[in-house]
Design a protein around this ligand. Structure first.
Ligand SMILES: *Cc1c(COP(=O)(O)O)cnc(C)c1O
Length: 325
């Protein structure tokens, strides 16, 4: 595994180009040729899509001469973890704004973050709800001029551009041409960014939370800002059995959230165990297990044409496994 030593586009790209693609042979995906891009192995600490989403945010901080990066999230946030790791690696101070009172014992993720030098600021749920407002930092007593504030999940314009950059790296490094690319969606920022630079194949996003229309709406906004029509995007509700080919180039699947964000029912757990046994690839319980379960379902149900070459992105998040022991 690589170790990102410096913060610049060239170094990052070299690491990203070395991320392995693994051909997976498992009965869970019988009939299609499945490849997994292992972005969980981008770097030992700074991995997954959160690293890509942070990239342009951190470059902006450097450019502006800002020494402190603040962001927010929950007790198991992959984004908080990545931000703390990036701060330690590249010499930024980091502030993690965490929802709720400081618990008597911190989650393993928050302990990591603290060990990496992140200062944790616990704010009330009422304050946290206002995290999208311009006055948020001032309200919780932070000096906004000397801070770069990155929203939850790293899902801002710089984050979307980072995901677009990942798409570019994929286009330059893919071992074969793919018929479909699959990725897990929380906010949809990664999906939208990929959709802007992966032009040769459809991109399928699996929503991992009960989002209603919000992920589709947000993704459509990002796409428009990227200069693409929102007609490129289709939201496929429930677990429809139509072949996926009938939809437009960018497809969001809403039927595989397993009850909501962070929900980890027995069936999902069993799927994850079977997947890991078959492939040797570890998954995280919140995002990638739902991604591969949705893909397996669609393959078995005949929604993905036999013989298709499918690329699934392993977006990381493995630190979160510790929350589900
Ligand atoms: C955050 C995250 C996602 C979702 O990214 P969005 O850009 O919010 O859609 C997917 N996979 C993992 C492992 C993540 O941590």
């Amino acid at each position: 595994m690589d170790f990102l030593e410096r913060l610049d586009l060239k170094t990052f790209k070299e690491s990203a180009l070395r991320v392995p693609y693994e051909r997976v042979d498992s009965h869970l995906f019988q009939g299609v040729e499945l490849w997994v891009r292992r972005d969980d192995q981008l770097d030992p600490l700074l991995s997954g899509n959160k690293a890509y989403k942070l990239l342009f945010n951190l470059l902006e901080a450097t450019e502006r001469g800002v020494k402190t990066v603040a962001t927010c999230g929950g007790a198991w946030s992959n984004h908080i973890h990545a931000t703390a790791a990036a701060g330690a690696r590249f010499g930024f101070s980091t502030l993690g704004i965490i929802r709720g009172e400081r618990p008597p014992s911190l989650s393993a993720m928050l302990e990591d973050a603290q060990r990496l030098g992140m200062q944790l600021v616990f704010v009330s749920r009422a304050q946290y709800r206002r995290r999208g407002e311009a006055t948020f930092l001032r309200e919780i007593g932070l000096e906004e001029n000397s801070i770069l504030f990155v929203p939850e999940g790293g899902s801002n314009w710089a984050g979307v551009k980072g995901a677009g950059f990942l798409g570019q790296v994929i286009s330059e490094s893919q071992p074969v041409d793919f018929d479909q690319l699959w990725v897990a969606c929380g906010t949809g920022a990664t999906f939208a960014g990929l959709g802007s630079t992966i032009k040769a194949s459809p991109v399928v996003g699996v929503e991992i939370l009960k989002a209603g229309a919000s992920v589709a709406t947000d993704s459509a906004c990002w796409l428009e800002r990227l200069g693409m029509s929102r007609n490129n995007l289709q939201h496929i509700e429930g677990v429809s059995l139509d072949p996926l080919e009938e939809y437009s180039r960018l497809r969001l699947l809403s039927g595989f959230h397993c009850g909501g964000y962070g929900k980890y029912p027995e069936g999902l757990k069993r799927f994850q165990v079977a997947f890991e046994r078959d492939t040797g690839i570890p998954l995280d319980p919140v995002y990638t297990s739902k991604l591969f379960m949705a893909l397996s379902y669609c393959v078995v149900a005949g929604k993905v044409p036999v013989g298709s070459r499918v690329l699934a992105i392993h977006t990381g998040g493995l630190q979160g496994r510790r929350g589900y022991r």
